[in-house]
Ligand binder design. Structure first.
Ligand code: B12
Ligand code: SF4
Length: 552
């Protein structure tokens, strides 16, 4: 049976400025499928190769797969739906499958607007996809689809969702296969080397109200560090990878395994050949201050600090338990350990003002990270904060839900002013860094890396792809009046999705009411006590809810 996986051709001017990135979902699913005996697997990276629908059509017609699968994050959903529509048109008998975070939570919306999709796989794909492929290969998918957990599909007019599948418990049974990828295409611009995205830890024990990741992965699991280093060694030896970022939300929470991971990289002398980056939390950096030297020796050169910077914003929706002083100190410690540090701010909630935006700039300048990002708050429709914001969310054109387009309109300014103020922060931060810091800091690797980052920013700025500025007609403060985000305002939340949210909210409220007494004893991994969800929020803003699973 021939399987074709397609990465949809969606672009937005954010992370892509650092290069083309290999889709990890393909490697992880292909690994499971090959282990289960499916070896006729093909991959089309429509995004990296910027394929037009016409070019994709030709490729599919040549390949003639029996199954076509694609992925979806929220902003890529329409392109993913169109990709599978095109597959159905070219190959009417092929089974079309959609996975990824957006389809997982928004399957009612997706099936309402894209009835040509045969199956939606909800949640982690490695185990479900094998069951699905076996059922397709044996010609019993039509009868068995109601029995397989973690699916959603249309049966006539009815949207059917089977019970949620368990998360992958045998996390060490995961055997990614990176060989399907065309490696020469995946270059990390700052260093000019090949880049990969291996996945060591899944899930996050925190529950930030603006984030969807903890809900998706559910329980926190870390793979055997030795197996992950095997995977990385293979990426270096077989595919000449010179840089990787861990695709994890929180790789450092399990300190013992993270140390083992670093020691194993050092023992195999890999840091000489491959360097890497992570996203993590300020609390972990403070906890591990004595270990930062080890992390650096293991090749960790880039740390992106996210949520706690956000938690400091004057956003009433987020709790302020973490301290500004800790952020500053964590940045100092990382720089002292010769690790590049990137501070992430989330801006653009309804209560943002020009003054709060200015404050974030002052904070960034005071903390002196090497890099700073001002991401636009994006109300993932399956997060608690989206539900809380209610009518304040006016835009349901998901293609613009991408961290670089202002989805919310703050009460104090219009969206164009918000974008302009954010650009003002970028201009000031990076022009000062370019003039007074990057060229003069250190020698060798540090300087090369920072100048590489600057080059990536400059290139995207010049091409107007940074923050989709060209598409939105932004050419600087003087062009504010002409800015147009081109939202498709005809896009709405489908009725089936709304009805589902209503019943899910009712269920969640009942569940919360039952759990309050137990939650009082909940402690964060750093030992801090938190209030029960019914009364307050946790360190990074959320409650304690997990994904509500349909009853068996
Ligand atoms: C690496 C990464 C990138 C890479 C993309 C690499 C690539 N080509 O895929 C880069 C840096 C380019 C990038 C860019 C962007 N990203 Co990004 N990215 C990530 C990150 C850190 C890891 C993704 C990953 O590889 N995970 C590991 C794999 C194994 O997980 P997975 O993709 O979810 O796949 C599993 C399941 O979902 C499922 N599955 C997925 N697809 C399919 C398909 C089928 C058929 C089946 C059966 C199953 C299945 O099975 C897989 C295995 O279990 C995540 C955060 C995270 N930790 O997940 C954010 C994340 C996915 N990115 C996000 C966003 C918003 C973006 C940008 C829009 C930001 C921007 N403006 O630059 C762009 C969009 C680019 C694009 N067109 O896809 C958001 C999406 C949120 C959402 N609710 O939709 C995330 C979750 C970050 C966040 N904090 O919210 N990103
Ligand atoms: S710490 Fe918060 S923002 Fe980061 S992954 Fe966990 S829940 Fe999401």
């Amino acid at each position: 049976m021939r399987i074709c996986l397609i990465h949809p051709n969606y672009h937005s001017g954010g992370a892509e400025i650092a290069g083309n990135w290999p889709p990890a979902w393909v490697a992880y699913l292909a690994g499971s499928l090959k282990t289960a005996g499916f070896d006729d697997i093909h991959f089309i990276d429509a995004m990296t190769n910027d394929l037009t629908p016409g070019q994709l059509r030709v490729k599919l017609a040549e390949l003639q797969p029996d199954v076509v699968g694609t992925t979806s994050i929220t902003p890529s959903i329409y392109v993913a739906e169109e990709t599978l529509a095109l597959a159905k048109e070219v190959l009417p008998d092929a089974v079309t499958i959609l996975g990824g975070i957006h389809a997982t939570f928004m399957y009612r919306q997706v099936l309402s607007e894209a009835p040509h999709i045969d199956l939606i796989v909800r949640g982690e794909g490695e185990e479900i996809i094998v069951e699905v492929m076996r059922a397709i290969a044996e010609g019993r998918i039509a009868e068995d689809r109601r029995r397989i957990k973690g699916l959603a599909f249309l049966d006539g007019e009815e949207i059917v969702a089977t019970p949620a599948a368990a998360t992958v418990k045998d996390i060490d049974g995961i055997t990614p296969d990176w060989s399907l990828l065309e490696w020469s295409k995946y270059i990390y611009v700052p260093l000019g080397v090949r880049v990969a995205i291996p996945n060591m830890a899944r899930g996050c024990p925190f529950t930030c109200s603006f984030c969807s990741q903890w809900k998706f992965w559910r329980d926190y699991r870390v793979r055997d560090p030795i197996a992950v280093v095997d995977e990385i060694e293979n990426l270096v030896n077989e595919h000449d990878v010179g840089f990787f970022i861990l695709a994890d939300e929180e790789p450092t929470i399990n300190r013992r395994k993270f140390i083992k991971f670093c020691e194993e990289l050092i023992a195999r002398d890999l840091p000489r050949r491959v360097q890497w980056g992570i996203n993590t939390r300020v609390t972990d950096i403070m906890r591990d201050k004595e270990l930062l030297g080890l992390y650096r020796r293991a090749g960790l050169v880039h740390v992106s600090l996210g949520t706690e910077a956000a938690a400091q914003m004057k956003l009433d929706q987020f709790n302020k338990e973490t301290k500004v002083a800790d952020n500053k100190e964590a940045i100092r410690l990382l720089r002292e350990a010769d690790i590049f540090v990137e501070a992430q701010f989330i801006v653009g909630l309804d209560n943002e003002t020009p003054e709060t935006l200015e404050e974030t700039f002052q904070m960034a300048w005071d903390w002196q990270p090497d890099l700073a990002n001002w991401a636009m708050y994006t109300p993932w429709p399956f997060t608690p904060l989206f539900q809380e914001l209610g009518d304040k969310v006016e835009i349901f054109d998901f293609s613009k839900y991408n961290f670089v387009t202002p989805i919310m309109r703050p009460e104090a300014m219009d969206r164009a002013t918000l974008l302009d103020r954010v650009m003002h922060n970028y201009r000031r931060f990076y022009s000062r860094k370019a003039l007074f810091y990057y060229p003069w800091r250190g020698t060798g690797y540090r300087r090369r890396y920072l100048l590489g980052c600057l080059k990536a920013f400059a290139k995207a700025g010049f091409q107007r792809s940074f923050y989709d500025l060209g598409k939105h007609n932004y050419w600087g403060p003087q062009s504010k009046e002409g800015v147009n985000f081109n939202f498709d305002r005809t896009r709405k939340i489908a009725k089936a999705q709304m009805d589902d949210w209503q019943s899910t909210q009712d269920l969640a409220a009942q569940k919360r009411a039952r759990k309050v007494s137990r939650d009082t004893s909940f402690k964060l991994p750093n030992g801090a006590e938190v209030k029960p969800a019914a009364q307050g929020v946790k360190a990074c803003g959320g409650g304690t809810e997990q994904m509500v699973e349909p009853a068996e």
